[in-house]
Design a protein. Structure first.
Length: 115
């Protein structure tokens, strides 16, 4: 089992940047993969980016070149640096951890990008 605590998010103008943080209650090496999903109003939750415990990453095409996932293994924390934000990036962002067949979720943090 793992608990995830998110921070960051907020309101930013288009072209701006934000950084999200997700602190896990256990070592990131004990978690198969971590990542970020987002859900905009009226839309399905979608994968933004993930990172395996081995460090392999996978980005959604819509964020490649703009978003970067990183981690601090000493702090058991994963970060999402979001640059060149667009209004279509507006959503609730959720931290995710996968352990076997079980998904764990953070509480979600709102990101609003104004045009």
């Amino acid at each position: 089992q793992v608990q995830l605590v998110e921070s960051g998010g907020g309101l930013v103008q288009a072209g701006g940047s934000l950084r999200l943080s997700c602190a896990a209650s256990r070592s990131v090496f004990s978690i198969d993969s971590m990542g970020w999903y987002r859900q905009a109003p009226g839309k399905w939750r979608e994968l933004v980016v993930s990172i395996t415990n081995g460090g392999s990453t996978h980005y959604a095409d819509s964020v490649k070149g703009r978003f970067t996932i990183s981690r601090d293994v000493d702090k058991n924390t994963v970060y999402l640096q979001m640059n060149s934000l667009k209004p279509e990036d507006t959503a609730v962002y959720y931290c995710n951890a996968k352990m076997g067949v079980i998904d764990y979720w953070g509480q979600g943090t709102q990101v609003n990008v104004s045009s």
